[in-house]
Design a protein around this ligand. Structure first.
Ligand code: ATP
Ligand code: MG
Length: 369
């Protein structure tokens, strides 16, 4: 799939913008703070419904305005669709596909699949479990919308259960009401845990394969699922659910005391293992960056296998972070895929035959012939 054109209206530092993209390589270059990442952000927003930089839509609205709108024309199997996200400070967010408003955000998923590689992604290795869960959640959601629904449901249930735990702690509610919440939390949670387990297994194999190639057979990289409670690799959803329920029951007294749910997907983590040791603790900068590159190429592979369509690849400022051989590997391995690249220096792409080059300056974009 590819994006044919992009329209921005009062989005970040763009008052109004219309650009036609190449189905191949698109390079946006310019000085710092001109609006290059804002373009990537707008595209990613249309893929998953939220920005990769912030969860606050207010920040996306051009300062001094009260609404924004991003519209993309996406071509998939020769059929064109328009995907539009708009936000009004009073009325909230709205998603339209072919000018028909969607009732639920989850229905947006699948209209545009995107893989993003940005400096923020490296945090996935360096920072806490939240960033790592976010990565797996976004990727699984794009290939399995029911997972996205389960995540939303789980987060709602978790909030309610935590409120109840606090109420019981304060003597405002009785303990037996917890049973119902335990059941629903365990069944929704088990589906999430199962999907994460299977996804990590699958992407780990791909990552290992890609990373070996990327490092000339020198480094072995895998990713391990570290759930909040032990599960067996072979467990199915029902078995996980049973175990989760038992754990919830067993820890109830402690949870009431703390006023919060102590086990479940909200406490999951993943660990990158490079040659047998933790990449987070011992990996060099370069090793961590290369690892993310392997992760991203693997993500593209899986999305293609699942949907039969190549996703759009968004590369924000990462070319300068990769050495020549890694850059070459990236381009050789992404094949026929629409790529949106931001950088400060266009030199590298000057001889690229099919690249469309755009100069970005103070919220304006000029195509270079
Ligand atoms: P760099 O090379 O440093 O990464 P960039 O070209 O990627 O720069 P962006 O992050 O795309 O820069 O855009 C940053 C610019 O957008 C800044 O000048 C910032 O002030 C402006 N900006 C960000 N949010 C808004 C907003 N809501 N309204 C108006 N301008 C904004
Ligand atoms: Mg930027």
């Amino acid at each position: 799939m590819y994006i044919e054109c992009l329209n921005l209206d009062r989005f970040r530092n763009y008052k109004s913008l219309h650009i036609d993209l190449s189905p191949g390589c698109n390079v946006f270059y310019g000085k710092n703070a001109q609006g290059k990442t804002n373009i990537i952000e707008a595209i990613f927003l249309c893929a998953v419904g939220r920005s990769h930089r912030t969860s606050k839509d207010n920040e996306l609205v051009m300062i001094g305005e009260s609404t924004y709108r991003v519209t993309l024309d996406v071509v998939k199997e020769d059929i064109k669709k328009s995907v539009s996200i708009s936000y009004d400070m009073q009325q909230g967010k709205r998603v339209d596909v072919n000018e028909i408003s969607l009732k639920r955000m989850v229905d947006l998923i699948g209209n545009l699949n995107a893989v993003i590689f940005s400096p923020e992604e490296i945090m996935m290795i360096k920072q806490g479990p939240f960033e790592r869960r976010r990565f797996t959640d976004i990727t699984i959601s794009q290939i399995k919308p029911s997972y996205f629904r389960d995540l939303q449901r789980y987060s709602h249930l978790l909030k309610q259960r935590n409120i109840l735990l606090k109420d019981i702690q304060l003597g405002k509610s009785k303990g037996k009401e917890l049973t119902v919440w335990n059941d629903t939390l365990a069944s929704t949670g088990a589906r999430i845990i199962y999907e994460r387990k299977e996804f990590i297994k699958r992407i780990s194999n791909k990552i290992q394969e890609n990373h070996l190639k990327l490092t000339d057979g020198k480094e072995s990289l895998t990713i391990l699922y570290v759930p909040s409670f032990d599960i067996d690799d072979k467990m199915d959803i029902t078995e996980i659910e049973k175990k989760f329920k038992r754990i919830l029951e067993e820890t109830e007294p402690r949870e009431i005391q703390r006023g919060m749910t102590l086990y479940g997907p909200q406490r999951d983590d993943f660990e990158f293992i490079l040659d047998g040791i933790s990449l987070k603790l011992y990996g060099s900068q370069g090793q961590q960056r290369t690892a993310i590159l392997s992760v991203k190429i693997s993500e593209i592979d899986i999305m293609f296998e699942e949907t039969g369509e190549m996703p759009v690849l968004l590369l924000d400022d990462v070319m300068s972070e990769l050495d020549e051989s890694r850059q070459k590997y990236l381009f050789e391995n992404i094949g026929k895929i629409q790529t949106i690249i931001t950088c400060t220096d266009k030199e590298k792409f000057k001889n690229e035959e099919n690249a469309r080059i755009f100069f970005v300056s103070k919220g304006t974009v000029k195509i270079e012939e």
